[in-house]
Design a protein around this ligand. Structure first.
Ligand code: ADP
Ligand code: MG
Length: 404
């Protein structure tokens, strides 16, 4: 069943619409250091406001543990939102109390209020279903309908994401609609050739994604810390590189499955070996079958894919019609080991088709390396949620909106 979208709510003029967004922005001493998540909510909020809805925006911020904590107040977010919208935003000092009720009642058509952090209330994340439902009922009393648009939280069964969507007429906002549309194209009938690029730190974080996407892709490229477990599975010594020895057999299984299914599993032919895990560490390029034949011997650590591998990966990416990339190719936080990640990101910007970046660190990496969001087909806003979607898991926050 498809996702219920905004049009399913009918005319919005004069309706009090609660919008569950993801305003969980990074803060440093009360100052927002990256307002990307607030910007991501703007299309839906503007659409609702222009339709004459009375908007009550709600979100979590940080992990305040079910009790008010000034450090996690959404007030700075409400202020930033007001600047971005270019219009006033009312702010309620509680989540479902008198202030929130008053703010909701005072709204006129086309006006917006932000209520205080959902996680100031224990009911939002309570384990007990009835407790969550009771809190969701208080939220429901603030509005006539729910628009769910916090993609970063759809994998969580929480009151504002799940129970609230059941209590009010509800639909997905534009952000969730786009995320689901794009991620679905990566799992169902992707345009071919379809290449999946995997990196990041650990194989163990990505088992589900590998298992779900391996049979669907034409090519799988492996970089990042996880590549060393793949090389070890082929019998190559890897020095002190990141290695998950307990997963060597699992990885051997992946290599076999790929072979049986005719999926091209491409491992790096070279890697950047360093004397240690430090920005200023000495480093040299070594062949993948001779990683310990460097001045560092068995003490060497692989911190990036090598330049030849990066070119091979880039060619495969550029000649694909669909590309999904998750996980940096190396320790991109240190400039000496960012080249592989930069080459792969650049290749994605040249895909004649759909290119998608998923994963929190991968999204941070492309922005840090100076790429802009519009150079890619899509940069997923939900780290954990997008990976769970691609693992084929059922996400409660989407199922409750009709998605199956
Ligand atoms: P994402 O959040 O995009 O899913 P991950 O969390 O899996 O990505 O991995 C990101 C981290 O992986 C980065 O902090 C990066 O430094 C690290 N990483 C990449 N390559 C290596 C490597 N060869 N050795 C150690 N860490 C690595
Ligand atoms: Mg990460």
């Amino acid at each position: 069943m498809p996702l219920r979208t905004l049009d399913s709510l009918g005319s919005l003029a004069g309706k009090r619409v609660i919008v569950r967004v993801d305003f969980n922005v990074p803060l440093k001493e009360g100052v927002i250091t990256d307002d990307g998540r607030i910007r991501a909510a703007l299309p839906t909020l503007n659409h609702l406001l222009n339709s004459g809805a009375r908007v009550i925006a709600c979100s979590h911020l940080g992990r305040p543990d079910g009790t008010p904590d000034a450090k996690y107040s959404l007030q700075p977010v409400a202020q930033r939102l007001s600047e971005l919208l270019g219009s006033p935003v009312a702010f309620a000092r509680d989540t479902v109390g008198e202030s929130a009720q008053g703010a909701s009642a005072a709204l006129d058509d086309g006006e917006i209020a932000v209520i205080e952090n959902l996680r100031f209330e224990p009911g939002e994340t309570a384990k007990d279903d009835a407790e969550r439902r009771a809190f969701a009922q208080k939220l429901a009393d603030l509005g006539d309908a729910l628009v769910s648009d916090g993609f970063g939280v759809v994998h969580r069964k929480q009151a504002s994401v799940y129970e609230l969507a059941d209590l009010l007429p509800s639909a997905a906002g534009l952000l969730i609609e786009k995320e689901v549309d794009v991620l679905d194209r990566l799992t169902e009938n992707p345009e071919r050739p379809y290449t999946v690029v995997l990196g990041g730190s650990k194989v163990s974080d990505k088992l589900g994604v590998i298992e779900h996407l391996l049979p669907r892709a034409d090519k799988i490229l492996v970089g990042g810390g996880m590549l060393f477990t793949f090389l070890a599975a082929q019998g190559h010594p890897v020095g002190r590189s990141l290695l998950e020895a307990d997963l060597i057999d699992t990885v051997r299984g992946y290599i076999e499955t790929a072979h049986e299914r005719g999926v091209e599993l491409i491992l790096p032919v070279d890697a950047v070996m360093a004397s240690g895990f430090a920005a200023g560490a000495d480093h040299v390029v070594a062949r993948s079958d001779a990683l310990e034949d460097t001045p560092f011997g068995a003490d060497g650590m692989g911190l990036d894919i090598g330049p030849t591998s990066a070119e091979i990966f880039a060619d495969a990416i550029r000649s694909s019609k669909t590309v999904f990339w998750n996980g940096p190719m190396g320790v991109f936080e240190m400039p000496a080991f960012a080249a592989g990640t930069r080459t792969i990101a650049a290749a994605l910007t040249h895909v004649d088709g759909l290119s998608v970046v998923g994963g929190g660190d991968s999204a941070a990496a492309v922005r840090q390396l100076g790429f802009t969001d519009d150079q890619f087909g899509h940069i997923s806003t939900g780290g954990g949620a997008s990976l769970e979607f691609l693992e084929g898991k059922k996400l409660p926050g989407l199922e409750i909106l009709g998605w199956q």
